[in-house]
Design a protein around this ligand. Structure first.
Ligand SMILES: Cc1cc2nc3c(=O)[nH]c(=O)nc-3n(C[C@H](O)[C@H](O)[C@H](O)COP(=O)(O)OP(=O)(O)OC[C@H]3O[C@@H](n4cnc5c(N)ncnc54)[C@H](O)[C@@H]3O)c2cc1C
Length: 417
């Protein structure tokens, strides 16, 4: 079933009785060429590109809960390509280009909105760092514009520019940055993958990984054993637990990150605004809610809810940046489980077990990575070789110390990234 304006019109005039299920509710088969563990954004995108780019359709995505129940449906939806370091820079640049054609590609409205992202700076030193970052972005072919204080004021007149602690000096404007509707991305990829023949299987938890003579042979699940020649672990916050089923100990810690949404308001925040010094970022959803978040809760946990000290910290940062936000009522908040890597950058790699692949370490930035990650993980699984855009996302960098990508310069402490 294809979506189109005409179709919406016809369904509207005929009682909306023609809509069909978005994807097949598949029953697990005994064997697949590829099993993808995890039905989040990355797992679903991997399955889609396996089918679309490599013609591999005997593929199952196994999801222990429901699609959109993990981080893919819990994030603050910021999509951008403003990374500095080689490795990250080419990967996110590729991912943003895929975002730009995604709705046409999937025939699905993921509400991708390139409303522009402004990263604020508050000192001369920070300005220098943003100038370097902006130059790196432009060298990569992406967009970056340095705004002085007056320039930021033209875009964001509601900020407190003279905040005594962090007066606004200017900002780095990334016009192609923006937002998308998070769970629609999961639904869009699931629907498109299912149309190409991929089995999307919900309520199917992987409980074991079968290995014989150094090669993966399949998985154990709550719905029975499934044989597979290749298995990809794509479970974000649960990466350490699932990799442990294959006897691996990952350099990943799982931390909680919270998000907050206010009541619906008339349009007032027209960009994505990032206030790094206060650990605060905000945008406004199409329904009118202000969507914002802050820093990690600073301890390892698998609880998908956060704690009050961080709530207070985020609210304080919001008030410091834009006092008008004090008039809005917060309607809801939630937490997600972040797969934090030591250098803040991800892993897309083979493992020492033949046929077993690993995709993890997305920290709090993996939503924007979904298309690029799916593309390059599919490439790795299908060909056995890393895709050029993700060639530096090697697991062994944490063992050898070579090729670390410490984008934020915070050192090897997971909860500081
Ligand atoms: C509050 C918050 C704000 C964020 N903001 C942003 C942002 O603005 N921009 C950005 O780019 N990123 C952001 N992120 C990060 C982003 O959401 C994640 O990095 C990304 O979604 C992780 O990849 P995923 O979608 O595949 O994860 P998930 O959706 O978590 O998918 C993993 C799936 O694996 C399943 N699974 C786990 N164990 C098993 C098992 N044993 N068997 C079967 N299935 C299993 C889980 O149920 C889950 O559905 C944010 C995250 C949070 C929590």
């Amino acid at each position: 079933m294809r979506f189109s304006g005409l179709r919406v019109l016809r369904e509207g005039l005929t009682g909306n009785r023609g809509w069909q299920a978005q994807w097949r509710d598949a029953t697990p088969r005994a064997e697949y060429d590829v099993v993808v563990i995890g039905g989040g954004g990355h797992g679903l995108a991997t399955a889609y590109y396996l089918a679309r780019n490599h013609g591999l359709t005997n593929v199952a995505v196994l999801e222990k809960g429901y699609l959109g129940g993990g981080n893919v449906g819990r994030n603050t939806t910021i999509v951008r390509a403003n990374y500095f370091l080689p490795g990250n820079s080419e990967f996110y640049s590729h991912s943003l280009k895929l975002w730009e054609g995604l709705e046409a590609e999937l025939n699905y409205n993921v509400m991708h909105s390139q409303r522009g992202l402004i990263n604020l700076f508050h000192s001369d030193g920070q300005r220098d760092a943003f100038v370097r970052r902006g130059n790196a972005m432009r060298n990569r072919g992406d967009d970056a514009i340095l705004l002085d204080r007056a320039g930021v004021r033209r875009h964001l007149p509601y900020l407190d520019f003279d905040n005594p602690r962090f007066p606004v000096y200017g900002g780095l404007y990334h016009p192609r940055g923006g937002t998308a509707r998070h769970d629609a991305v999961a639904w869009g990829y699931a629907r498109a993958a299912s149309d190409l023949g991929v089995d999307i299987i919900q309520n199917c938890e992987v409980t074991g990984i079968d290995i014989a003579r150094g090669a993966v042979t399949g998985v154990q699940t709550t719905r029975g054993a499934i044989r597979a020649r290749k298995v990809a672990i794509v479970v974000a916050g649960r990466s350490s637990q699932v990799a442990a089923m294959a006897g691996m100990r990952l350099p990943i810690e799982s931390h909680v990150l919270q998000a907050f949404v206010t009541e619906g308001l008339k349009p007032c925040v027209h960009h994505v605004v990032s206030f790094g010094m206060g650990h605060f970022y905000i945008s406004q959803s199409d329904k009118g809610g202000l969507v914002f978040g802050g820093d990690l809760d600073f301890y390892a946990s698998y609880a998908a809810r956060g704690n009050l000290p961080m709530v207070e910290h985020v609210m304080e940062a919001g008030m410091a940046l834009m006092p008008m936000i004090g008039n809005a009522r917060v309607l809801r908040s939630w937490g997600g489980i972040m797969d934090m890597s030591p250098d803040g950058s991800p892993v897309i790699d083979r493992t020492h077990i033949d046929g077993l692949f690993l995709n993890c370490g997305w920290c709090y930035g993996g939503f924007k990575a979904v298309p690029g990650s799916g593309w390059s993980t599919a490439h790795l699984v299908a060909t056995g070789e890393p895709h050029a855009s993700a060639a530096r996302f090697r697991l062994d960098r944490f063992e050898t110390g070579r090729g670390l990508m410490d984008e934020e310069g915070t050192g090897a402490q997971h909860n500081l990234h």
